[in-house]
Design a binder for this molecule. Structure first.
Ligand code: GLY
Length: 559
């Protein structure tokens, strides 16, 4: 199938200026953190060292998503052609139970899994960074933490967006002693751009991690502060949870597309399998579209998205707690059955899609404030990290005396199978709450390789839109030869099966074509920015194109 295509979007993608570097680069949600990563590489550190330093810097500069009290995933493509995937996702506390967010009638209690101490899973970020450093770090752990310690102690001038996000959460911060102390100005006035933001307790916690490693977070003074905070607010995390938390090296998912291979996270990230299905179905269909802006392409990709998200909701969850049919979900014959129900003329309503049939499987979803960064070094190592507290500033609870925020990742479980979470995602048994289990995620750190060398390092923030935004950005480069900035600037769309709506970015869709898609059965909803992608593209001449999503105010650095 080759479609010439009628344009649907208004986009300026010609000759967008893109940062270029020749040896090493970082793209992240914060220009200061990106520069820290690059400084580490200039001192002789590799991409893994840089990623660790960026992670801790983001915990200081981007408290709404960067974190010590959250979790995430790291995908590495090593210079020798091998790859690794590190899962430092949070786990449900030992005392957690399936109905913990339901009332006596079995209905989900609004906000209970989102706001306050009960919303937190056991944090994985510090353990994850320690593990990554033990396995592949080159510079000393002390040196990787030092920039974050200094930033927290000396403070930094807030950008307008940082001030605004702190002000927007003021009412919630006022509910919790630590958060009010750390994030509301002592005179109660609003934060302004240029205010210097210092975090002394956070600096002390970072110093303990710097000198004691894992024990600086999961034991001693930091752990005591965390447990006291839990006791104060009726949360479930206790010392045993901290003692038992372990991040895990997993086998990456690899999926071929044309002449490249995508290296991605396996469960409990749904991103790898869903992007894998989308890529495979697109290639298997033989469909090719002259223009990335056509009605035909938008319609077709949406049909693929809704089918894959139906599978996500049905089959995916923590594979340590119940098998997930990953092999079957990526199988050619299975994907052919999914493609066979697709019409080129008419949107298939979500009620008629359901999941595909996999013998012997009954059934079985997850969030917007997250942060992604991409790193490449001069030796050819590449690292993609996505990390989160889930919602903006997570549970809004900062640990008194330790200065860091706790996640509200428990909302990424199916609190009540079949009931939508804060992103409207539904899920099933595979993602029900159980003690020690990891909640399903949409985070999709992805490295595209050609001949085992990194070509694109990408990922996003934005709940379930992470998956579709990462996929579309990669396709823009692979199929339409856009540069990294053009690929990120191009308008996005998103469908996640339920709710049965096609989200398009505001004012990007031509009104006539809006009508055409509507007559094809799409319910179109305009949305503000759909996700924020941070991407590096190593062009054929070896030049590293680096782009931070123009929908945010992140930045790139490199040399
Ligand atoms: N909390 C966002 C995600 O893991 O997908």
């Amino acid at each position: 199938m080759i479609f010439a295509g009628v344009c649907t979007y208004t986009a300026q993608t010609q000759s967008l200026w893109v940062d270029t570097y020749t040896q090493a680069a970082v793209s992240s949600a914060d220009p200061v953190a990106s520069s820290i990563g690059v400084e580490i590489m200039a001192q002789g550190g590799n991409a893994i060292d840089a990623a660790i330093a960026v992670h801790f810097a983001l915990a200081v500069t981007t408290p709404r998503a960067g974190n010590l009290g959250g979790g995430g995933f790291m995908v590495i493509q090593h210079s020798d052609g091998s790859s690794s995937a590190l899962d430092f996702r949070e786990k449900a506390p030992i005392d957690a139970f399936r109905e913990m967010y339901l009332d006596e009638q079995g209905e989900a209690i609004s906000q209970k899994s989102l706001l306050g101490h009960l919303a937190s899973g056991v944090p994985g970020s510090v353990d994850g960074m320690v593990k990554a450093h033990e396995a592949y770090g080159h510079l000393s752990w002390h040196d990787l933490l030092q920039p974050a310690v200094e930033l927290a102690r000396e403070g930094y001038p807030l950008r307008a967006s940082q001030a605004q996000s702190l002000n927007a959460a003021k009412d919630d911060f006022s509910l919790f002693e630590g958060s009010a102390l750390y994030f509301i100005k002592t005179d109660g006035s609003a934060w302004k751009a240029g205010d210097v933001f210092r975090q002394d307790d956070l600096a002390r916690t970072l110093e303990r991690i710097q000198s004691e490693g894992r024990a600086g977070f999961y034991a001693g003074e930091t752990a005591t502060a965390l447990i006291q905070e839990m006791d104060k607010g009726g949360g479930y995390i206790r010392q045993q949870d901290l003692d038992e938390y372990e991040s895990v090296w997993r086998t990456p998912i690899k999926v071929a597309y044309k002449d490249v291979e995508l290296v991605m996270m396996p469960m409990p990230s749904s991103g790898g399998v869903v992007i894998g299905q989308l890529m495979r179905m697109l290639e298997m269909s033989g469909a090719s579209f002259d223009s990335p802006q056509s009605i035909e392409r938008t319609h077709f990709l949406v049909q693929l998205m809704s089918r894959s998200f139906a599978d996500r909701a049905t089959y995916m969850g923590d594979a340590d707690f119940g098998e997930v049919p990953v092999h079957e979900l990526l199988d050619t014959e299975y994907l052919e059955t999914r493609l066979s129900t697709l019409s080129l003329k008419k949107h298939t309503p979500s009620d008629e899609i359901s999941h595909g049939p996999i013998d012997g499987w009954t059934y079985t979803t997850e969030s917007t404030e997250t942060t992604h960064f991409s790193v490449v070094d001069g030796e050819g190592n590449a690292v993609a990290v996505t990390t989160t507290l889930n919602g903006s500033f997570g549970s809004k609870v900062a640990v008194r005396n330790a200065g860091f925020l706790l996640n509200n990742e428990m909302d990424d479980f199916s609190v009540k199978p079949g009931t939508p979470n804060m992103f409207g995602l539904v899920g099933s048994e595979a993602n029900a709450i159980a003690p020690g289990k990891r909640m399903l995620s949409s985070m999709s750190p992805t490295i595209v390789t050609r001949d085992s060398k990194p070509v694109i390092i990408a990922g996003a923030a934005g709940g379930p839109r992470i998956i579709t935004a990462t996929w579309l950005a990669i396709l823009n480069i692979l199929d339409y030869e856009m540069n990294a900035m053009e690929a990120l600037t191009f308008p996005r769309f998103h469908h996640q099966w339920y709710p049965d709506r096609l989200l398009v970015e505001k004012q990007t869709l031509d009104p006539d074509l809006h009508r055409t898609l509507t007559t094809m059965g799409h319910e179109i909803v305009e949305s503000s920015a759909l996700a924020r992608v941070h991407l590096l593209h190593i062009a054929e001449d070896g030049v590293i194109e680096a782009a931070a999503d123009p929908r945010g105010d992140g930045g790139t650095a490199g040399f």
